[in-house]
Design a protein around this ligand. Structure first.
Ligand code: NAD
Ligand code: MG
Length: 338
């Protein structure tokens, strides 16, 4: 349980308000480990709340999973907006391919895009079928059109087939959200093998290149590509040498492609998240000593939850932001300047 003496008066008052509103079960309900393990979503549908207390904070229990990890096995479970995200027609009639759509930031984006009116295809690895099924069951249960196409993005032929099949299922393609990513920490360049380097660069950079290339054969003017960089792209950690390299590449790829495609009426942007609570972190992305304190050293003092970043992916995809292109949009809990 959180130490109640650490909770400021203001925070206590806010929690009392939330408790009165039925959002939490008691005064320390938001911050308590017991509560974290049950229902991470405390903001459902609310338009005003305190971001400091809205979601779980460290310490997080040890929970190493084999790669690629499952959201359904995380404690606490990440909040992808299953209960809280509400659409308002921002992507009505759009056709989106979302990689990494089974879990984490990709799942939150899939939920948001579908609820904003898009028909979607999600891609993920075959080992992640249980997570993908949760997404499909949730969204199909609400009447949205969602297709699940598993497969390994490190393979160029698969990337080509994925775009073609997605376009066939959706009747075209006008949003490509490249969210899949590979992050494995390694203490030293001397133990980082060529195979490790390949895994990271193939998943994070080559797949984006292959998918964009194929998608551009199909995408009409007005389409949007949204890539996923990271704060690691400009503030690298020593143990994420290959990953940080790939995320810097994604930022520059995004800017250069945006310039290339502006004359075709296709926008290209990237999101650069800070620390978000997702399976990637507990399945080799960080040592347990790091993820147990995940987000604690940001000024907001907690990691982000996937639901909190999905609106940025919506913002960058939707037509009303037609002058936004070539941008790398941070959402970091202030971590980028800290
Ligand atoms: P996540 O584990 O939920 O999602 C990553 C997804 O990548 C997996 O679900 C998997 O489906 C996909 N993937 C990995 N290797 C693949 C392969 N070879 N073929 C097909 N799919 C593959 O974790 P997440 O944190 O939501 O990651 C989403 C994106 O956000 C990644 O690009 C990651 O680098 C980026 N990011 C995350 C954080 C963070 O703190 N979580 C911070 C910055 C950037
Ligand atoms: Mg996953």
């Amino acid at each position: 349980m959180a130490n109640k003496s650490n909770i400021s008066e203001g925070r206590r008052n806010m929690m009392a308000v939330l408790a009165t509103a039925g959002l939490v079960s008691g005064l320390d309900g938001v911050a308590s480990a017991a509560n974290r393990d049950k229902e991470p979503a405390v903001t459902g549908g609310k338009t005003f709340y305190d971001p400091r207390d809205a979601y779980p904070r460290a310490p997080f229990a040890g929970q190493d999973q084999p790669w690629p990890g499952l959201a359904s096995k995380m404690i606490p479970r990440p909040d992808h907006g299953e209960k809280s995200y509400r659409g308002s027609g921002k992507l009505q009639g759009r056709k989106a391919l979302i990689t990494g759509g089974d879990s984490g930031i990709g799942r939150a984006t899939a939920i948001a895009y579908a609820r904003e009116g898009a028909d979607i295809v999600i891609n993920y690895l075959p080992q992640e079928e249980p997570d993908a099924r949760e997404v499909v069951a949730l969204l199909q249960g609400e009447g949205h059109k969602v297709f699940a196409l598993p497969g390994d993005l490190r393979n160029e032929n698969f990337c080509v087939q994925l775009v073609q099949e997605a376009s066939k299922r959706l009747g075209g393609l006008d949003i490509l959200a490249n969210i899949a990513g590979h992050q494995h920490y390694n203490e030293s360049i001397l133990t980082l093998s060529t195979a490790d380097f390949d895994d990271t660069l193939k998943t994070n950079v080559y797949a984006m290149f292959w998918l964009c290339k194929e998608a551009l054969k199909i995408m009409p003017a007005g389409s949007a590509i949204v890539n996923t960089s990271s704060t690691q792209g400009y503030r690298p950690s020593a143990i994420l040498l290959d990953y940080a390299t790939s995320k810097a590449a994604i930022a520059n790829f995004t800017r250069a492609l945006a310039i290339q495609l502006a004359p075709r009426g296709i926008r290209v942007n990237a999101v650069a998240p800070g620390p978000f609570w997702t399976p990637l972190q507990v399945s080799g992305g960080q040592p347990a000593s790091a993820y147990s304190q995940f987000g604690a050293n940001t000024p907001v003092k907690r990691p982000g939850q996937p639901v909190e970043i999905a609106p940025v992916y919506v913002f960058l995809a939707c037509a009303e932001n037609s002058y936004v292109t070539g941008e790398v949009y941070g959402e970091t809990g202030c971590a980028q300047i800290f």
